[in-house]
Design a binder for this molecule. Structure first.
Ligand SMILES: [Zn+2]
Length: 105
């Protein structure tokens, strides 16, 4: 079969991957290219791609670096981390909670 027939198929995969990536807060163009160049695998990775900015975070007790909740080791100072009692709100939910209550006099 000719390569021309593949073009609309690849474009379809690219669009699907791009849209999925965009919904998840990533780049449409990047996922469009990945899905178009490696159809199926690219689209699958777009779907499996985590919501990067909606993940819970926590702070390293050693160096105060903010890490992903599921990290077992601090990427900065190498402290071994236990699963925390307290998680930091994901980046996506920040920004709304502005405005400190009360005003000091
Ligand atoms: Zn650390």
């Amino acid at each position: 079969m000719s390569g021309l027939e593949l073009v609309p198929v690849l474009l379809g995969f690219g669009l699907a991957g791009g849209i999925v990536g965009r919904i998840k807060g990533s780049s449409f163009v990047v996922w469009f290219l990945i899905s178009a160049l490696v159809p199926l695998i690219g689209l699958l990775s777009a779907i499996c791609y985590r919501f990067e900015n909606q993940e819970l975070r926590r702070q390293c007790p050693g160096c105060s670096r903010v890490l992903k909740l599921h990290d077992a080791l601090c990427t900065s100072c190498g402290t071994e981390l236990e699963f925390p009692d307290l998680a930091i709100a994901p980046e996506a939910s920040m920004g709304r909670a502005r405005g400190a209550p009360g005003s000091g006099g």
